[in-house]
Design a binder for this molecule. Structure first.
Ligand code: FE
Length: 214
């Protein structure tokens, strides 16, 4: 069973849709082209830097939020009630004042985040969105066939597990709090954060088992 939460307005989005470049994107693209043609930069190096922001530096904030929630029941409760404030207490705030909501996976419910209309993403905790998050196939299929999409990410959930799909907006963004893996009792928050991948916080993955880091 899947459930699609909408109930928000997308009309006042201030960013781009689909393949239309904003002025800023067009300028960045132009600069990259000129610098590449002059042999001043290597596009592969730029891709590597962006990739690092997508998968490592950006999501580390969110990973710390999740690790703290796993480790501190009071913080977890605060995160459930008022994610914007709980996350801000760790110093992670959005520049545009968007609100955050944390959705907690349980043994019978898995949460998945998408922005069906464009690419709203909780960048204050996850950094830059991956290319697939912004791509039309993910945006449409996450709602229609979340189980199939998860399978393509290598995540096969039990048929009994309910999947809830959360549609981000410019005003409200979601952070998935994955379940704490077994065998992590002795770990401190920094070690726990190592287990929390970007995909686990979007819902297209689960937290890593501690064995994965050895
Ligand atoms: Fe959006």
């Amino acid at each position: 069973m899947s459930e699609h939460h909408h109930g928000h307005d997308h009309h006042d989005h201030d960013h781009h849709h689909d393949n239309h470049f904003t002025d800023m994107e067009a300028r960045v693209k132009a600069l990259e082209t000129v610098l590449t043609e002059k042999g001043l930069i290597d596009p592969a190096a730029i891709d590597a830097i962006v990739e690092t922001y997508e998968t490592k530096i950006g999501p580390r904030n969110g990973a710390r939020v999740v690790a703290k929630a796993w480790n501190d029941a009071e913080f977890a409760d605060w995160l459930k009630r008022d994610a914007t404030a709980a996350i801000a207490s760790l110093g992670y705030t959005g520049r545009q004042g968007e609100h955050m909501r944390a959705v907690f996976n349980t043994t019978d419910t898995h949460n998945l985040v998408v922005c069906t209309l464009c690419s709203c993403y909780p960048w204050s905790v996850l950094g830059l969105p991956p290319v697939w998050y912004k791509a039309p196939p993910y945006r449409s299929r996450a709602v229609i066939d979340p189980r199939g999409v998860l399978a393509e990410f290598g995540l096969t959930l039990s048929e009994d597990t309910r999947i809830r799909v959360w549609d981000s907006t410019a005003e409200l963004r979601y952070l998935v709090v994955p379940e704490r893996p077994a065998g992590t009792d002795g770990l401190d928050e920094e070690q726990l954060a190592d287990l929390v991948t970007r995909d686990a916080m979007i819902g297209t993955g689960l937290a890593l088992a501690p064995e994965a880091l050895r």
